[in-house]
Design a protein around this ligand. Structure first.
Ligand code: FES
Length: 545
């Protein structure tokens, strides 16, 4: 954001500590940024920061003289990151101003610099800038450099295009204003609701309106290009996906109403965690890694079950209370806790990460019906295709009436009856919610189908289908639930067939990634999130691999 310009002496460069110290200091800074995002500067305390960092309070004094020093270090980190990740690479492209400005827009609105967490921290500091001179100085330095760079690039473009009647200073100010407005929008959203593709298109539309024909042609082509074929069978990429996309991602475990009584549990073998979720004696849900402390052996091996007073490990008999603490002198530490979120009655779990992660968005389509869902069945299919192939299928296709339409070919009789009954019982519209990175929740009149894809190996995945019928109060509603379950099975089988066919195509020697049709924004954003993990770092999927 552009704040009032003010020249100041550069921030002191801290002495370089040894690697482990640097890591600890960086961990505190990351935690401080997370705390600032949640609490703002005035309510961020050392206690909150060390709780997020999982470090002892005393360690803060080793690295920072005071809370204010830690806040300043966090802002300096963001400013340095902005310089390193945006100012330096964009300045390197100065001789090609169109390319440089497209890169600038991409980076400014990209997830590395413009996560909801980081953007809100910039704004929270800005709110206190009038009383905190050091914050003001750091922001001012960064903004001056950014503004100079934009003016320079626009000036070069004015020269290149011969449009000397244009005022480079005023056009640069306009672009900065557009980018800031888009950032403001990000600050009030979650990562799952930010539409970076739409934001980028709006910023480029501004530039195109000033320099007709100069922007957007490359973008339009690259947006519809697939990932390189090697991305669907790459062990290093899969490892990067596991670390970056899956490690702390929310994973659907089941319905809250499947856990009615004390001791009822559900388990899930997720892409990064084995989860055990149970209801404790106080009626609260507790989430743990489903793994004994003695050996990484699953404490509960069934999908659903009941624990009687304790969680007992069958291997050597260690026992844990419903709070995860060992009982009866069990010489092991407590079970590792997982974070839980209950959204519209759906239970999600994730391994706690360095950053708070907002739970998936509430599912309006689920909430809209008064009828609760019945505990359902889970089917698993091994798929000879990469997990990304399945996700791309979900993001490519229309989000309404998908189940009925997809299943029609496999079971036309059921599909036709389903549509007729659904229209009578309460509407046939299906709504699909994508829960990044690997889940689709398809809600319709007959019930809900949750698809969850788990990578097993490069080019191989497990597709898990949870189907929940709506509680039926009439004969028609019962028939609708029956048909919905039947169609869900067809739908899942069709997903598997299609994915395996696409994977074979990707692996055939003659295949090359080509631009065929414009991809929906969600698919472009997904491919961009993968492209950033490819060797060479952040770039559009259409760039050469
Ligand atoms: S592995 Fe659990 S008690 Fe030994």
């Amino acid at each position: 954001m552009t704040r009032p310009r003010r020249r100041s002496s550069p921030a002191p460069v801290p002495a370089r500590p040894r690697a482990s110290r640097a890591r600890q200091r960086q961990r505190l800074i990351d935690a401080c940024i997370s705390a600032l995002h949640v609490h703002g500067p005035s309510k961020t305390t050392v206690a909150k920061v060390v709780a997020i960092a999982r470090m002892s309070p005393g360690i803060v004094r080793f690295y920072f003289d005071s809370k204010d020093a830690m806040l300043v270090a966090s802002l300096e980190f963001l400013a340095a990151e902005f310089e390193e990740r945006l100012l330096v690479p964009v300045a390197a492209l100065k001789s090609k101003p169109v390319e440089a400005l497209e890169r600038l827009v991409d980076l400014y609105l990209g997830p590395e610099l413009a996560s909801a967490r980081k953007v809100s921290v910039w704004y929270s500091f800005w709110g206190e800038a009038s009383s905190r001179q050091e914050y003001f100085d750091i922001c001012g330095t960064r903004d001056s450099k950014f503004e100079s760079l934009v003016i320079d690039l626009i000036g070069r473009l004015v020269e290149d295009t011969g449009a000397r009647h244009l005022d480079a200073d005023a056009i640069a100010l306009g672009l900065i204003g557009v980018l800031e407005m888009l950032w403001q929008g990000f600050a009030f959203q979650t990562e799952s609701t930010i539409d970076r593709g739409a934001a980028t298109r709006r910023a480029l539309a501004y530039l195109r309106s000033v320099f007709p024909g100069a922007f957007g042609r490359t973008r339009a082509a690259s947006a519809s290009v697939a990932l390189p074929p090697g991305a669907y069978a790459s062990a290093p990429l899969l490892e990067a996906e596991r670390q970056t996309l899956f490690r702390h991602a929310w994973q659907f475990v089941g319905l809250e109403r499947e856990l009615r009584a004390t001791g009822d549990f559900l388990t899930l073998d997720g892409p990064a965690e084995r989860a055990l979720v149970l209801r404790d004696a106080a009626g609260a849900l507790q989430g743990f890694r489903n793994s004994c402390r003695q050996r990484p052996h699953a404490l509960a091996t069934e999908r659903r079950g009941h624990c009687d007073r304790v969680i007992a490990c069958a291997l050597h008999g260690l026992r844990y209370g419903f709070d995860g603490e060992p009982v009866d002198g069990t010489p092991a530490g407590p079970l590792t806790r997982l974070e839980l979120a209950v959204v519209s009655g759906f239970v999600f779990a994730r391994a706690a990460g360095p950053e708070p992660a907002p739970p998936p968005a509430p599912m309006a389509a689920v909430a809209a019906t008064a009828l609760p869902l019945q505990p359902g069945r889970v089917h698993e299919h091994e798929v000879a295709a990469d997990w990304k192939v399945l996700v791309e299928q979900w993001l490519e296709r229309p989000t309404t009436d998908t189940a009925a339409e997809d299943a029609a070919a496999g079971d036309g009789w059921s599909a036709g009856r389903y549509r007729a009954l659904a229209a009578r019982v309460g509407g046939a519209q299906h709504q699909a919610s994508y829960v990044a990175p690997n889940q689709l929740i398809d809600t319709g009149a007959g019930g809900v189908l949750v698809l969850q894809v788990v990578p097993l190996a490069p080019g191989r995945a497990r597709l898990r289908a949870f189907h929940y019928a709506r509680e039926a109060r009439t004969r028609e509603a019962r028939a609708l639930g029956f048909l919905a379950a039947r169609l869900a099975a067809h739908r899942t089988a069709a997903e598997v067939r299609l994915a395996e066919s696409v994977q074979r195509g990707l692996e055939s020697p003659g295949y090359t990634a080509e631009s065929v049709a414009a991809a929906p924004p969600a698919l472009v954003a997904f491919r961009q999130s993968i492209a950033r993990l490819l060797p060479g770092g952040a770039r559009d999927p259409g760039d050469p691999a």
